[in-house]
Design a protein around this ligand. Structure first.
Ligand code: SAM
Length: 252
């Protein structure tokens, strides 16, 4: 049985048992091999664009003797999948913009799909926005830390009532008593702010430190545009900090 990292294991647990899975950008095909070995999914497609990872995926599937259950295809994004072939799609370990691009380009292949499990390395808010705009309801969010890095896993299910998806992000008062904006809900995650864990606070402490560094660098320019951008960034930092302090207080 192949062994998964904590990150891939978190993703694996979001794939509904019994579904046929397409793992796009599968690299070594660890996720589909693990899920088929476990008996959680009966069939999987491992899609890879690049020759090196494609060869690695083929080798992994061959070594696991799973050639009849896992099809490895070299293709760009969802082109690896035939129409109606899978019920669930996972896309992990890439930037949010690339994940959105793959979903957008592969729209027609998503027709029979009921679940998306997405793990953007950055740009999570772009993925959340795409889901809302394209009839997918965010159903669960996880945030974990592994080897000093932070990962968010977003699970979405089909949502025919599109407004329902947008409601998740409506500005609202948090239990700790302050108002959180729509923009911050997209950035921090509507479920993650409801049940923030230690990794959530550690991630945002680290992100805020980076943003403060960027704001400090901006003082080097005298340009009016740089001053305005810095002001907006500082407002952003302050609003995020206010939410984090409030959430932290609520936990104590
Ligand atoms: N999904 C695996 C994981 O989470 O461990 C591998 C992540 S790896 C960092 C990203 C993989 O996506 C690479 O193997 C890369 O070749 C592949 N990739 C990048 N763009 C792609 C695309 N448009 N279609 C399919 N695969 C792609």
């Amino acid at each position: 049985m192949v062994k998964l990292s904590k990150r891939l294991e978190t993703i694996a647990l979001q794939v509904p048992p019994g579904s046929r899975l397409a793992d796009i950008g599968s690299d070594h095909a660890l996720l589909p091999v693990y899920l088929v070995q476990k008996g959680r999914v009966p069939y999987a497609v491992a899609g890879e664009l690049n020759p090196g990872p494609y060869d690695a995926a083929r080798k992994q599937v061959k070594e696991a003797s799973l050639g009849e259950r896992i099809v490895v295809r070299q293709a760009d994004g969802l082109r690896a999948v035939l129409e109606g072939e899978v019920d669930a799609v996972s896309i992990a370990g890439m930037g949010g913009a690339l994940i959105v691009h793959i979903l957008e380009e592969g729209r027609s292949k998503l027709d029979g799909v009921h679940t998306l499990v997405l793990q953007p390395n950055i740009g999570e808010d772009q993925v959340r926005r795409w889901l809302v705009q394209n009839g997918w309801q965010l159903a669960a969010e996880q945030l974990l830390e592994e080897d000093g890095k932070f990962y968010e896993v977003l699970t979405a299910v089909r949502n025919d009532d599109q407004a329902g998806g947008a409601d998740l992000y409506a500005a609202r008062e948090l239990g700790c008593g302050i108002e959180i904006s729509e923009a911050l809900l997209y950035r921090l995650g509507p479920y993650l702010v409801e049940q923030p864990n230690e990794a959530f606070f550690a991630k945002w402490r680290s992100e805020l430190a980076k943003l403060e560094g960027i704001a400090a660098d901006m003082t080097r320019s005298d340009a009016e545009s740089a001053r305005l951008r810095r002001e907006m960034l500082l407002q952003d930092i302050a609003a995020t900090k206010e939410v984090l302090v409030c959430l932290q207080k609520e936990r104590q």
